[in-house]
Design a protein around this ligand. Structure first.
Ligand SMILES: [Zn+2]
Ligand SMILES: [Zn+2]
Length: 179
């Protein structure tokens, strides 16, 4: 998935790239490990366009993932759509050494660069996939979660702690009243 920027015509290049399962696995378990596990290969569709020296990437894919529910901790399968549009700039030439303050300023701009006239789409995609992941994946909208007292999965069983439970805020009020 490397493209020579010079080869990208003004009209653009259509993308239809396979995303192998082993590559996706590496994305989720690599430098920034996540609790997500890809279940199948996928493919990326979209378009590359060139605007002067900039390259605009518009692309999307759908990923079949498995992760533990943030509420009941049970593993479940989900489909996560990834859709993005980013603009890449040519990296500033090394020969033209920048003063250090200016270099800092460049980083602040949060720009994405391609190097030596070659755009590596996998680098872009890796970041966009991570950004698309749900922060708190939930197995269903009405997941009951775990009992805070005994840890029972309330989606599957009703534990006996329920009746005795008093909201700790009420407990605090109670003791306040009696004193
Ligand atoms: Zn759940
Ligand atoms: Zn319980």
């Amino acid at each position: 998935m490397e493209f020579r920027v010079a080869d990208i015509s003004q009209a653009g290049v259509k993308l239809d790239e396979p995303l192998e399962l082993h590559w996706l696995t590496e994305v989720f378990s690599g430098d920034f490990p996540t609790p997500f596990k890809p279940l199948s290969a996928s493919h990326l569709t979209g378009r590359l366009r060139r605007v002067g020296e900039q390259v605009v990437v518009e692309a999307a894919c759908k990923l079949d993932l498995q992760a533990p529910c943030s509420s009941c901790l049970e593993k479940f399968d989900m489909e996560v759509p990834v859709k993005f549009m980013v603009t890449l700039q040519p990296a500033p030439a090394k020969a033209r050494q920048l003063p250090s303050e200016l270099e800092l300023g460049l980083e602040d701009l949060d720009e994405i660069f391609y190097h030596d006239g070659v755009l590596d789409l996998r680098d872009v995609l890796r970041e966009q996939i991570i950004l698309s992941l749900p922060m708190f994946p939930k197995c269903s909208d009405n997941c009951q979660g775990l009992c805070p007292t005994c840890g029972a999965n309330l989606n599957r069983e009703q534990c006996s702690c329920q009746e005795g439970i008093v909201d700790p805020r009420w407990l605090a009020l109670k003791s306040f009243k009696t004193t």
